[in-house]
Design a protein around this ligand. Structure first.
Ligand code: MOS
Length: 745
């Protein structure tokens, strides 16, 4: 029996998806269901001076119209804490409809409940609201002078500024200097499934919420605090989630609004966000600007890095995507300074968006590196190798594992980088200017804070159920967990069923920061191997077992049969032992305690990205022709799903480079392109020839299986490789994303 881990097992939920049988949270059958819709503020700042709901209340099918005047008050709004902490994780520390103030465009101001969603929608249009408008800040440019440096960001988990050495002195003494400012349009996640919550009260203190979320437990804890109920009163179920990318990582206001509405009307209530509402209800990647100053010696050795970031955050929270972590450790640089600057604006609190922070932070650094390579006159890949750091430059500790130089090498071979003529505009294919570019990819290995748990139960026919509270939002985590459990128990994958997606199951972190599969996988691995060891212990202690008195360390399991390592003909199956000993099932709980932050190693994920673009010499149209990404994500559980995630990440990078931008209309304080028709994402016709490869580095530090995660690293560096290729093709540096064609005319 070959190991399941590392194979290419098809998605265990694939069958249900293609048959249309996956139950998304807006589809779970519930009897006596009422529908709720949110009505959003049409101003970006001010207060409600009058609200007339009488006509809406009289409309056909309407059960209730809730506003700040009659909606139940929330008990506590918990502090903002990334959902990795395993506690309540609200997306912002403001809960709407508690008073008459409006802080951002699209803020909920009313909830209409009716017997159908169409009737609720219609009644929503009948509500008359008068506002008193106050001046709003919706763009960075409107309020640069009000920028401040926060003490901490990211729910308090990261410092607002950090430094080592004397960066000013080192920059003054540098032989070569690159100084550049990069601007980033806001981005939205746009999962195919809009967020939806279905709230069912069975009693005054017994609530089930079917919710599309990356973390059922995080929703449970958040609702408990908002509603003032103990966690035992709340069950959160997430059978299937249709994509997320960070929009469902934190807990936004809609599940609580659904619960409050359901309590108000005494019926189950389903609340589904519209596509347009997805742009104002679940955070976004904030508008930001990053300044990079690199100082180097004439041979390219970096001596100093200064990295400042300016973000537009909400009135409530000091939020910035953490963009400074990977750049601060990407290369040897004795002198460093990184500072976040924030401007408060009239927006919902921004949030995690795929490869949060590092997708933009590494873009800035890797474009500046390309300029540095050109200034010094060396190959961009050679510049990276000269500055490769074998230890974490921040702490001086060795990497738990790296693989970066192997990634560079493999990527260069797959791409054919060696033949590159470094001169810009040196290649042409008819109308098209051809260029190539590269970038390093780094992403922090985020560890959950709290212990991770999974339960494994073996039945006396040799099949097993393994459970943990993680939800499946398209990453393939249920499939990978099936493989981990099968190998841990020594049984084929067909005999394992993984069950997740409910807060009733053992608590695991929300699947965020590329840490979902490694967090739950570590718990599943421990549960499965402990269950195996329990069965072996029982066998060697049983008078009737052929393994009686054997050394447990000398017993291994193949295909459900426990055998002596050196005498594979001696042994018995789990099923035989359990039947003989009247055990219908055996169950254990596996608990993984993540290593402490200060573990004695630098812990990071690495990769290399290369891209070839063609730019129309007259029209400025950019087509990406080829992308090669090679990554070292530690242990790869499933080559198929891991490579799919990495490829998806690279295409996100393509979108970030060329297409994705949410445009704010500052006169109205509203997003001008809040639809999938107007917000551009890459489609198949945009997708080039994408080559993905992985280098499996061994890592004993991060977790029992040595997984570092594949959720984000594929995005990082992809946009920089494309922008650098655009420069190589055209001779024009790009400092603003996305690179739209008018910037190349
Ligand atoms: Mo991920 S963007 O950390 O949900």
């Amino acid at each position: 029996m070959s190991p399941a881990i590392g194979g290419t097992l098809n998605r265990v939920d694939g069958r249900f998806k293609v048959r249309g049988e996956s139950r998304y949270s807006a589809e779970v059958p519930v009897t006596n269901l009422a529908r709720a819709v949110i009505v959003n503020a049409k101003i970006a700042s001010g207060r409600i001076t009058a609200i007339d709901t009488s006509e809406a209340e009289r409309a056909e099918g309407v059960l209730a119209v809730l506003t700040h005047l009659n909606l139940g008050r929330v008990a506590t709004v918990p502090r903002l804490l990334p959902s990795l902490a395993g506690l309540a994780a609200p997306g912002q520390t403001f809960f709407p409809m508690q008073d008459d103030l409006v802080h951002y465009g699209g803020q909920p101001v009313a909830v209409v409940v009716a017997d159908t969603s169409e009737r609720a929608d219609h009644a929503g249009t009948l509500i008359r609201i008068e506002y008193e408008t106050t001046p709003a800040t919706t763009l960075l440019d409107q309020a640069r002078d009000r920028a401040y440096v926060p003490e901490r960001i990211f729910g308090g988990l990261l410092p607002g500024h950090a430094s080592r050495g004397d960066v000013a002195k080192a920059l003054a003494e540098a032989e070569v200097c690159v100084d550049a400012t990069y601007r980033f349009a806001p981005n939205h996640h746009n999962p195919i499934e809009p967020s939806a919550s279905t709230a069912v009260w069975e009693d005054v203190d017994r609530l089930t919420v079917y919710d599309s979320t990356q973390g059922p437990n995080a929703v449970q804890f958040t609702l408990a605090e908002l509603l003032g109920l103990p966690p035992i009163s709340i069950r959160v179920v997430s059978h299937a989630v249709g994509g997320s990318f960070g929009s469902k990582a934190m807990v936004w206001h809609h599940p609580a609004l659904a619960a409050l509405a359901a309590r108000h009307v005494g019926r189950p209530v389903r609340l589904v966000l519209s596509r347009e509402q997805m742009f104002t209800s679940c955070g976004h990647r904030e508008e930001q600007e990053q300044q990079i100053t690199l100082g180097a010696r004439a041979d390219g050795r970096i001596t100093a890095l200064r990295h400042h970031k300016l973000s537009l955050t909400s009135p409530f929270d000091d939020w910035a995507e953490p963009s400074l972590q990977s750049p601060s450790v990407a290369y040897t640089s004795p002198h460093y300074e990184g500072v976040y600057h924030l401007v408060r604006g009239n927006t919902i609190t921004p949030t995690f968006t795929r490869a949060p922070g590092e997708a933009t932070g590494m873009f800035a650094l890797e474009c500046a590196m390309d300029e540095l390579a050109e200034r010094i006159g060396i190959d961009p890949l050679e510049l990276r190798l000269r500055n490769y750091s074998a230890t974490d430059p921040e702490s001086g500790k060795p990497w738990s594992s790296s693989g970066l130089t192997e990634c560079y090498q493999r990527a260069a071979e797959l791409f054919g980088w060696r033949d590159r003529d470094p001169r810009p505009r040196s290649r042409r294919d008819g109308q098209w200017l051809i260029g190539t570019g590269m970038a390093s990819a780094l992403y922090p290995v985020t560890q959950p804070v709290n212990p991770q748990r999974a339960r494994a139960r073996l039945y006396n026919d040799g099949t097993a159920v393994v459970e943990a509270g993680v939800s499946e939002f398209g990453t393939g985590v249920f499939t990978a967990m099936t493989q981990v459990a099968a190998d841990g128990l020594g049984i084929p994958v067909e005999r394992v069923r993984f069950v997740g997606g409910s807060s009733d199951l053992p608590n695991v972190t929300a699947a965020v920061g590329s840490a979902g599969t490694s967090a739950v996988g570590s718990a599943v691995h421990l549960a499965a191997t402990q269950l195996r060891d329990e069965l072996i212990r029982r066998a060697v202690a049983d008078d009737h077992s052929p393994l009686r008195d054997a050394d447990p360390a000398n017993v291994e399991v193949h295909d459900g049969k426990m055998v002596l390592r050196d005498r594979p003909d001696v042994g018995e199956t789990y099923a035989d032992l359990m039947h003989r000993t009247f055990a219908p099932d055996v169950e254990v709980l596996g608990t993984w305690n993540p290593p402490p932050q200060d573990v004695g190693y630098g812990v990071h994920t690495f990769g290399a990205q290369l891209a070839e673009v063609a730019v129309d010499a007259d029209l400025g149209v950019v087509r990406v022709r080829r992308m090669v990404g090679v990554f070292a994500p530690g242990r790869v559980l499933n080559r198929k799903t891991a490579h799919s995630q990495l490829m998806g990440g690279m295409l996100w990078g393509l979108g970030q480079a060329l297409l994705e931008a949410t445009r704010m209309d500052p006169r109205l304080g509203r997003w001008a392109n809040a639809s999938l028709g107007d917000y551009l994402v890459p489609v198949n016709a945009d997708a080039p020839d994408v080559v993905v490869d992985t280098i499996e580095v061994h890592d004993e530090v991060v977790n029992p299986l040595g997984m570092k995660g594949v959720g984000e690293i594929g995005v990082v560096g992809a946009a920089a490789a494309i922008a650098n290729a655009v420069y190589h093709a055209t001779g024009r540096r790009q400092y603003e994303l996305p690179i739209t064609l008018e910037k190349l005319l």
